[in-house]
Design a protein around this ligand. Structure first.
Ligand SMILES: Cc1ncc(COP(=O)(O)O)c(C=O)c1O
Length: 394
């Protein structure tokens, strides 16, 4: 499949210009069909029954989980199905054996989902160091390196910023963590959908991502772990090997992290989404978005009264561009884009309030984000409409 062929699989794109994929991507017909097939043809619970439907469902669910793990290069580790990135990060924060005096290092580029779990640990005597980027949003690796000390138990960073689109050098950060004996958690919510990801080569310990941003269904995602030494968030049916009235033995591997009935149709749909992306090729996805992103930044940067947030255009980015229009609230711009041109973008603080304050943008930004179904004509419509808005023509 070529990237140009895929658009017919996304009926929503017929009626409007969807530039909010960083919040949630659209989902293609084959993903919906894979989920419908489970519900209509072989719906049963997994890992429990002996009957024929249970066997098919269990087999397909486990295959799906393996395929998702393989999509991120995670064969060596364990992939537990999670509802989303937030849950996956929360499972790490809750599952590590914290002690008073431990330190966590994170950055001011983080989504609230990769910040609040660490801030909450302060109540338990864990210190949290937050590395600040410069005024343009560039992170200095030397600052991070200086912050990682012998008592740093965990470094938690995003792979790609959901506000500025910038990609962090997580491989280098993994090297720093290895040298200091700290573990590394990578928030892959914005990278897995847009870049080739290989968690084993990256060298992280925990990798968290969401299915709904990578063509998959809502309510799905994953927590990949190099080992399986986290204390599970929940225990119960499906997560144990044996139980007596005196205690229980947890099941090995990912099973111990999946207490209760998992999102079966969702996981099967997410695996189909990964296969869909694999068919196109993640290098192709990345190049397509790089071209769109460059066009978007170039087009917006020359408009009077429009400011593109973040580092220079040649910084490595995914297809996420934040901007402001002088004298207008970001929500107002987003509303006009929808009403006047059926262009859907996100506006506000994007769940990154500390970053917005740091960048001097307390009202936030307008954020346009692309994906495989985005065309250059759509980008041009956005730019032309923003120009009219900035000139107060609409
Ligand atoms: C970088 C980043 N991390 C975490 C999240 C949280 O994802 P979810 O809402 O799927 O848990 C998002 C969502 O936008 C994100 O962009």
């Amino acid at each position: 499949m070529t990237i140009g062929d895929c658009r017919v699989d996304f009926p929503i794109t017929r009626d409007l210009i969807y530039l909010d994929s960083a919040a949630t991507s659209l989902t293609p017909k084959p993903v919906v069909q894979a989920m419908v097939e489970y519900d209509l043809r072989y719906r049963a619970n997994v890992g429990r029954g002996m009957h024929r439907l249970a066997a098919v469902a269990t087999h397909r669910y486990r295959d799906a989980r393996d395929a998702i793990r393989s999509f991120i290069g995670g064969e060596v580790g364990t992939l537990a199905v999670a509802r989303n990135t937030t849950e996956a990060i929360g499972a790490v924060a809750a599952g590590l054996p914290w002690q008073r005096g431990d330190r966590v290092v994170t950055t001011m580029l983080e989504h609230h989902s990769n910040l609040l779990p660490w801030l909450r640990l302060r109540e338990r005597g864990v210190a949290v160091d937050i590395i600040r980027p410069d005024a343009a949003g560039n992170l200095d690796l030397a600052d991070l390196e200086a912050a990682v000390r012998d008592d740093t138990r965990l470094v938690a960073v995003t792979h790609a910023s959901n506000v500025l689109g910038t990609v962090l050098p997580v491989g280098e950060i993994a090297g720093i963590c290895r040298d200091r004996g700290a573990r590394l958690l990578v928030d892959g919510a914005q990278s897995v959908p847009h870049l080739p990801v290989d968690v084993a080569a990256m060298g992280c310990d925990y990798f968290c991502f969401s299915g709904h941003k990578m063509l998959g269904p809502t309510g799905t995602g994953g927590l990949w772990m190099l080992g399986s030494d986290l204390e599970p968030l929940f225990v119960g049916g499906g997560a144990v090997e044996s139980v007596t009235d005196g205690g229980y033995t947890l099941a090995p591997g990912e099973q111990r992290y999946e207490a209760g009935t998992p999102p079966i149709a969702g996981t099967i749909g997410l695996a189909r989404a990964a296969a869909y992306l694999r068919d196109i090729g993640m290098d192709t996805v990345r190049r397509h978005e790089e071209r769109l992103c460059a066009r978007l930044i170039d087009g917006l940067a020359v408009l009077d009264g429009v400011t593109v947030a973040g580092p220079d255009a040649d910084t490595e980015r995914i297809g996420v561009v934040s901007f402001t229009v002088e004298g207008m609230h970001p929500h107002e711009v987003a509303q006009i884009l929808d009403e006047a041109a059926a262009v859907l973008v996100r506006s506000g603080h994007h769940c990154c309030q500390p970053l917005m304050e740091h960048l001097g943008l307390p009202e936030g930004t307008v954020r346009a984000s692309t994906y495989i179904y985005t065309t250059k004509e759509e980008i041009d419509t956005l730019i032309a409409t923003v120009e009219e808005i900035s000139r107060r023509m609409i």
